[in-house]
Design a protein around this ligand. Structure first.
Ligand SMILES: Cc1cc2nc3c(=O)[nH]c(=O)nc-3n(C[C@H](O)[C@H](O)[C@H](O)COP(=O)(O)OP(=O)(O)OC[C@H]3O[C@@H](n4cnc5c(N)ncnc54)[C@H](O)[C@@H]3O)c2cc1C
Length: 466
């Protein structure tokens, strides 16, 4: 428990209106998209880097765990206060500090919402491509900490490919800067990349320097309906093999579409076993040519129908279906399991076949969608986490899915991270030697194991979800 005296110290650091101790307030910060819940002792909303530094110093002095949090939209429990302590939420630090049009660089605070940032740079003809489907509410700080991906990563890369500098408060409360606004820089170790994807375990990100691109002149969005899942999966590898890199190449199987139809009033296409959303972007003249090439490549693979958006509104309507998938699946089954394996792109058809075989082996429904152009498939096991027989089956299936992805040269997680959800499976992918080096980095930065303890690697200390 955090004592009254510590609460008063926290109030003197961040202001009394920015410290929350009532149960109702604490419940609001107790969960994320995993639907698990752990109650923190106190929630703080710092307003500056200096305040965060002082909170970390206090937490170190008193050995109180601190859990950084953006919007709490993570899928693996990264922000969950699994040991009570302090939730440090960045929602007040939401300023875009600079958009430098001469150098195509921006500097932001961590609490800026992803879509808001994208819209602001687009007003200036600039482009920030990473587009997690949660962009309407996720924060840039959370995106950096998870190294978030999204549909456009196939062409443009993931969050870390756009982060060129950071300001970070270390777990012991020091303020450091890494990288900066130059396009190159090789002095010292690359701590910027180390922090990207570190899931709030190595430091609190307080400022982010972002590389921008010119906004593509135009884009063309196509929704392609296939008569088989295998045909759609093969289309993905055929397009890549033909050395075409579209801006997006998203996959949804028929069961995914059924869930969106069931959960929303969106106009979801009927009669397809799988669909791809393919978007190309760039110069106007180039788009038609590229779209025609793609259509020719995929035609023999069981294309039932191709719908091409002719206006931005039609394009947005197609994307609305894709962005509604996570919420729809959760509405249909709030207690499902959600994994995000990633395999080499040419292995997507084989991976999908393996997942089908696993579904059959355990006699459980599995729904697949995701960023197939990256080889990143969201495998959703549609059983109820709260029913014990189902849980056993699902855990067996998850282990098999991870093993299958690893056998194909893939990884257990393309973008959602490890948090607590995948921590038990870490030894499947990370060798003991590599784990030892990773833990040594954590120990060097966080000797008291104060910042987000028990995430990525479980510690000996146990915790129980409420
Ligand atoms: C509907 C839906 C769709 C999604 N789609 C995608 C997708 O397409 N691609 C994708 O990659 N993810 C997706 N996600 C997952 C999630 O949105 C991302 O992981 C996102 O980056 C989390 O941002 P957040 O602000 O919610 O962070 P939180 O969930 O609050 O935190 C995530 C992690 O970051 C840490 N953290 C947060 N802020 C900081 C900070 N300032 N400094 C240090 N650590 C920090 C936390 O401790 C935690 O470990 C989706 C989630 C939902 C609910």
């Amino acid at each position: 428990m955090v004592s009254e005296q510590i609460i008063n110290e926290l109030k003197s650091i961040v202001g009394k209106d920015n410290v929350f101790t009532s149960k109702a307030d604490r419940i609001c910060y107790s969960y994320d998209a995993t639907q698990q819940s752990f109650l923190p002792d106190v929630v703080v909303h710092p307003g500056s880097t200096e305040e965060i530094s002082r909170v970390m110093k206090l937490a170190n002095r008193e050995l109180i765990p601190v859990f950084p949090r953006g919007a709490g939209s993570g899928f693996t429990g990264g922000s969950l206060p699994t040991r009570g302590g302090i939730v440090m939420c960045t929602e007040r630090m939401d300023r875009i500090l600079l958009i430098d049009e001469e150098n195509l660089v921006a500097t932001v605070e961590p609490g800026v919402v992803t879509e808001h940032f994208q819209k602001e740079v687009e007003k200036l003809g600039l482009f920030y491509p990473p587009d997690p489907a949660s962009l309407k509410f996720s924060t840039l700080g959370g995106n950096v900490a998870e190294c978030a991906g999204g549909p456009r990563c196939i062409k443009y890369g993931v969050t870390k490919d756009f982060i060129i500098g950071l300001e970070v408060v270390t777990p012991t409360g020091d303020i450091i800067t890494t990288g900066g606004p130059t396009m190159k820089g090789v002095v010292g170790y690359d701590l910027t990349k180390l922090m990207c994807g570190s899931e709030g375990t190595l430091g609190v990100i307080t400022r982010i320097v972002i590389k921008l691109l010119p906004l593509p002149e135009a884009k063309k969005t196509m929704l392609v309906l296939f008569d088989s899942i295998d045909g759609a999966a093969q289309a993905v590898s055929s397009i890549i093999r033909s050395k075409i890199i579209p801006a997006t190449l998203e996959f949804m199987d028929g069961r995914t579409l059924d869930c969106v139809r069931q959960a929303t009033d969106l106009e979801v296409p009927e009669g397809a076993r799988a669909v791809l959303i393919i978007e190309v972007d760039g110069d106007r003249e180039f788009l038609d040519k590229q779209a025609a090439r793609i259509a020719k490549i995929i035609k023999p693979l069981g294309v039932v129908e191709t719908r091409i958006a002719t206006t931005p509104e039609e394009s947005e309507a197609l994307w609305q279906i894709r962005r509604s998938v996570s919420a729809s699946l959760r509405k249909v089954n709030p207690n499902k399991y959600n994994e995000d394996i990633c395999v080499p792109r040419s292995k997507v058809p084989e991976m999908i076949r393996k997942v089908d075989a696993i579904a059959e082996k355990y006699a459980i429904p599995i729904v697949n969608f995701g960023h197939a152009g990256d080889g990143n498939i969201h495998v959703n096991i549609m059983v109820n986490k709260k029913v014990s027989g189902d849980t056993l089956k699902a855990e067996g299936a998850i282990r098999d899915v991870f093993k299958a992805a690893l056998e194909l040269g893939g990884t257990m997680s393309g973008e959602h991270g490890v948090g607590i959800a995948k921590a038990p499976y870490i030894p499947l992918e990370i060798t003991p030697e590599a784990a030892r080096y990773m833990k040594a980095i954590k120990q060097a930065l966080d000797p008291n194991n104060i910042l987000n303890p028990g995430k990525i690697f479980f510690d000996d200390e146990d915790f129980v979800a409420e």
